[in-house]
Design a protein around this ligand. Structure first.
Ligand code: V0D
Length: 263
C-alpha cells in the first residue's frame, strides 16, 4: 500500500516536471500579482483560529515565491495587508504584524541563496516599528539580488495611491514646473509605487471572491485575471502551474484584432 502511494507520488512529480518544461517553452508572465484570500476560511474549516490560517498562508508565500523564481517570473506582488484590514480585531492585526519578522527570520538566508529581492509598496509609516524594521532590513539585505522581485503590498490601497499621484501632478502644475499637456500615461506610470516594476500581466485571486478590492487598479488595465476557488493555504505549485497554463492559453490582444480570424 505504502509502495503504491509512493509510486503515485513519483508519477505526480514527473507529470509536474513535464508541465514545467512545457510552460517554459512559452511566454512566462513578467509580473504576477496575487490576492491571497481564504486564510480565515481555511482555519474555520478546521475549527482553528483565523491566525492559524494566516500562519499557514505564510508557508504558501514561501513555496510560491520559490516556484515563481524557478519559472523565471521577474516580479511577484503579493497583497499581504490592505488599508481596509485595519478594521479587523486588534488581536488579529497584532498577529499579522508579526508575520513579516517571522517570515524573514526563517527565510532571509534562503532568499539570499536564491537571489530573490524583497521590495514593498504601500504606506510603511503606519506599520508598527518592529514590522517596519524587519521589512527595511530585508529590503536592504537583498537590494543587490538579481532574481525574482518579491514585492509585498502592505497597507496598500490603489485609489489612495492614485490620489497621491494626482496631488503631486497638481502641485507641479501650480508651481509651473509641469505643463498640463505633458501629463500622459507614461508620466502617471512613473509616479506610481510600482514605477520600477514591469506591468503586471497576470492577476490571481484565490478563495472564490471575484473582486479587485482596490488592488492596482491602474496597473492591471491589460492583465489577465484568474480566479480560483482554492483557499490560499491550499494553493500549491500545481495550482500556480495551472494559472500559468491558463494564462498561456489565452489570446492576449490588448484591444487589437491581431491573431483574430479575419473576414
Ligand atoms: C497573512 C497570507 C508574509 C495573507 C500570507 C502583515 C495574510 C501570510 C508576509 C511578509 C502575511 C510581508 C512583508 C515582508 C515579508 C513577509 C506577510 C502580512 C501577512 C501582513 F517583508 N506573509 N504575510 N505580511 N500573511
Amino acid at each position: 500500500m505504502l509502495r503504491k502511494l509512493m509510486r503515485k507520488k513519483t508519477e505526480d512529480v514527473h507529470l509536474l516536471n513535464d508541465r514545467i518544461e512545457a510552460v517554459r517553452k512559452r511566454q512566462i508572465p513578467n509580473h504576477v500579482a496575487i490576492i491571497m484570500d481564504g486564510n480565515g476560511r481555511w482555519a474555520k474549516q478546521r475549527k482553528m483560529p483565523r491566525i492559524a490560517g494566516h500562519h499557514e498562508g505564510m508557508k504558501t508565500v514561501r513555496q510560491i515565491t520559490n516556484f515563481a523564481n524557478e519559472l523565471g517570473v521577474k516580479a511577484l506582488t503579493l497583497y499581504a495587508f490592505s488599508t481596509e484590514n485595519w478594521k479587523r480585531p486588534k488581536i488579529e492585526i497584532d498577529f499579522l504584524m508579526n508575520l513579516p519578522g517571522e517570515f524573514l527570520n526563517t527565510y532571509l538566508p534562503e532568499l539570499m541563496e536564491k537571489g530573490i529581492k524583497v521590495e514593498m509598496i504601500g504606506n510603511m509609516d503606519a506599520l508598527p516599528a518592529h514590522t517596519r524594521k524587519a521589512i527595511i532590513k530585508a529590503i536592504e539585505t537583498t537590494k543587490d539580488n538579481q532574481g525574482l522581485i518579491l514585492n509585498f503590498a502592505m497597507n496598500y490601497g490603489s485609489r489612495l495611491e492614485l490620489v497621491h499621484v494626482m496631488k503631486e501632478l497638481a502641485k507641479e502644475v501650480s508651481e509651473g514646473t509641469l505643463e498640463i499637456n505633458s501629463i500622459n500615461e507614461n508620466l502617471i506610470d512613473s509616479k506610481l509605487m510600482t514605477a520600477h516594476l514591469p506591468e503586471p500581466d497576470l492577476l490571481i485571486r484565490t478563495s472564490g471572491e471575484v473582486r479587485l478590492s482596490n488592488f492596482m487598479l491602474w496597473q492591471l488595465a491589460y492583465a489577465e485575471f484568474i480566479f480560483t476557488n482554492v483557499l490560499w493555504p491550499d494553493f500549491n505549485e500545481e495550482c500556480f502551474m495551472q494559472a500559468i497554463e491558463d494564462f498561456q492559453n489565452r489570446d492576449r490582444r490588448f484591444g487589437s484584432l491581431e491573431g483574430d480570424q479575419k473576414g
